[in-house]
Design a protein. Structure first.
Length: 163
C-alpha cells in the first residue's frame, strides 16, 4: 500500500484563535509590520572558500521581499515527506499566496476531498495531476466525483535548523 499523501496544517478558520502558526495575513488584517534583517550584498560560496571580499550591509524588510500579496498570504507547516526532492521536508513552513493564479509546474497547496496536501501541479490538455516530489508517494489524479481545489501557490519554504 502506498504511503498517504503529505498533509499540510491548514490555517485556522476565520474567527478562531490562532494556533502555533497563525495566519500571517488575511481578511481583516490592515497592516503587517516590517521585519528588518541585514542583507549582505555579496554571496557565500558553497564550494571552496574564497578570500574575504568587500561587502555592503543594508537593512531589508523581509516581509516586503517575500510577500507580494499580504492579504492573501499564509504560513502553513508541512507534515510528511512527499515533497523532499523539491527541498520541502517534514516540519518546514511554507508561505502560500492565494492571489497567484496556479500554473503548470508550480508547487501548490490543494484540497482533495476536504484534505489539504502539498504537491507540484501538472496541467496538460485539460487534465490536472498533483505530482509528489518523492518516488515512494503516488501522484494524485482526480477521479469522477472527487473534489479538488487548488488552495494557493507555494512561494517560499522556511527551514529552521537546531541551534
Amino acid at each position: 500500500m502506498p504511503p498517504p499523501a503529505s498533509p499540510v496544517t491548514p490555517p485556522a478558520p476565520a474567527g478562531t484563535p490562532p494556533g502555533p502558526l497563525p495566519v500571517l495575513a488575511g481578511p481583516g488584517c490592515a497592516w503587517i509590520p516590517p521585519i528588518w534583517v541585514h542583507e549582505i550584498t555579496s554571496v557565500v560560496r558553497a564550494g571552496f572558500p574564497s578570500p574575504a571580499e568587500d561587502f555592503l550591509i543594508q537593512r531589508v524588510d523581509l516581509m516586503a521581499k517575500l510577500i507580494k500579496h499580504p492579504q492573501a498570504t499564509y504560513l502553513i507547516r508541512v507534515r510528511g515527506e512527499s515533497m523532499r526532492e523539491a527541498g520541502i521536508f517534514d516540519g518546514d513552513v511554507v508561505m502560500v499566496d492565494r492571489a497567484i493564479k496556479p500554473r503548470h509546474g508550480q508547487i501548490v497547496v490543494a484540497v482533495v476531498d476536504g484534505d489539504f496536501t502539498i504537491k507540484q501541479l501538472h496541467q496538460r490538455q485539460g487534465q490536472i495531476k498533483l505530482k509528489a516530489a518523492n518516488p515512494t508517494f503516488p501522484d494524485i489524479t482526480p477521479k469522477d466525483g472527487q473534489t479538488l481545489e487548488i488552495w494557493g501557490v507555494v512561494t517560499s519554504s522556511i527551514k529552521q535548523f537546531p541551534n
